[in-house]
Design a protein around this ligand. Structure first.
Ligand code: CP
Ligand code: NVA
Length: 308
């Protein structure tokens, strides 16, 4: 099984992963870090783009599950010298038990998964970031005690994280509003797929409309990795979508504020909002560790042991 898109998981699988993530988080808070579930297993991480949270949370997750991890930069591999994805995927499949890959192009990760005979996890592409969404769902569920019927408002670029969040919303019964300028909408096929699953997806150019009485306010960088050449234009176009106190005041009093990080203060979010009482951003980042541990158990062990 591969996790290339949020839609690769069923609602039941997400429920099981979130339940396990909560259990693992509690266990770790109580001082129990070391497990042996993944003893003898190796996870390879391949990065074509930079990463702080994804790299460190996957490394720590695998180590705390008793397994091994290899963190590999694209340019240190023969990939950087032109070796094809397919041969790399086939060779790595004979060494390691799973691969997480972060790449510029979604097609790269799809191709890798096609040729690999082991589970492949998308660690972010230009199109989706499904691991982020597992941690986000865990965070929302912790604060709202449910997912079904929760209204999430997204502000700014309808990017990779937004695409995956729409998938996550559809699979868990949340509603999602996306406030973005024309030309920055999330992927149309993902919107259609979510709507067909009964998800309410609203796209608006008006951030105030999206924020009104929302339960969750979420934003991300205006310039994603790979979009740097468009920086100047993006700064202009996305300025009205900054998550600031004015927007927060339009949401429910107990609305939580989310950001997948890294945060660019003064661009998509103000310092005051980042550090406000309603911000759950650091816990959201922490949950990457717990959610990915649960995902690794699901991918590496559930076939061998259905109780995992
Ligand atoms: N949110 C996230 O994926 O962060 P990194 O780019 O630091 O991994
Ligand atoms: N949308 C951002 C997310 C970073 C975690 C990017 O792709 O750079």
């Amino acid at each position: 099984m591969d996790i290339i898109s949020s839609f690769d998981l069923s609602s039941a699988e997400i429920e099981a992963i979130l339940g396990k993530a909560t259990e693992l988080k509690k266990e770790r808070k109580e001082g129990e870090k070391a497990r042996t579930d993944c003893a003898g297993k190796t996870l390879a991480l391949i990065f074509e783009k930079p990463s702080t949270r994804t790299r460190v949370s996957f490394e720590v997750a695998m180590l705390e599950l008793g397994g091994h991890v290899l963190s590999l930069n694209w340019n240190e591999l023969q990939l950087g010298r032109g070796e094809r994805i397919r041969e790399t995927a086939m060779v790595l499949s004979s060494y390691v038990d799973a691969v997480m890959i972060r790449a510029y192009s979604h097609a790269t990760v799809e191709e890798f998964a096609h040729y690999a005979s082991i589970p492949v996890i998308n660690g972010l592409t230009d199109f989706e970031h499904p691991c982020q969404i597992l941690a986000d769902l865990q965070t929302i569920r912790e604060y709202k005690q449910k997912l079904k019927g929760v209204t999430v408002a997204w502000f700014g670029d309808g990017n990779n994280v937004c695409n995956s969040l729409i998938g996550g919303a559809a699979l868990t019964g949340m509603n999602i509003r996306v406030a973005c300028p024309k030309g920055y909408e999330p992927n149309a096929e993902i919107i259609e797929r979510a709507k067909k699953m009964g998800c309410e997806v609203a796209i608006t150019a008006d951030p105030a409309e999206a924020a009104a009485d929302a339960d969750v306010l979420y934003t991300d960088v205006w310039v994603s990795m790979g979009d740097e050449a468009e920086r100047e234009q993006r700064m202009k176009d996305l300025q009205p979508y900054q998550l600031n106190a004015d927007l927060v005041n339009r949401a429910k009093d107990d609305a939580i504020i989310m950001h997948c990080m890294p945060v660019h203060i003064g661009e998509e979010m103000t310092e005051a909002v980042l550090n406000s009482a309603n911000s759950v951003i650091f816990e959201q980042a922490e949950n990457r560790l717990h959610a990915q541990k649960a995902l690794l158990l699901h991918l590496l062990l559930s076939q061998e042991n259905p109780n995992c």
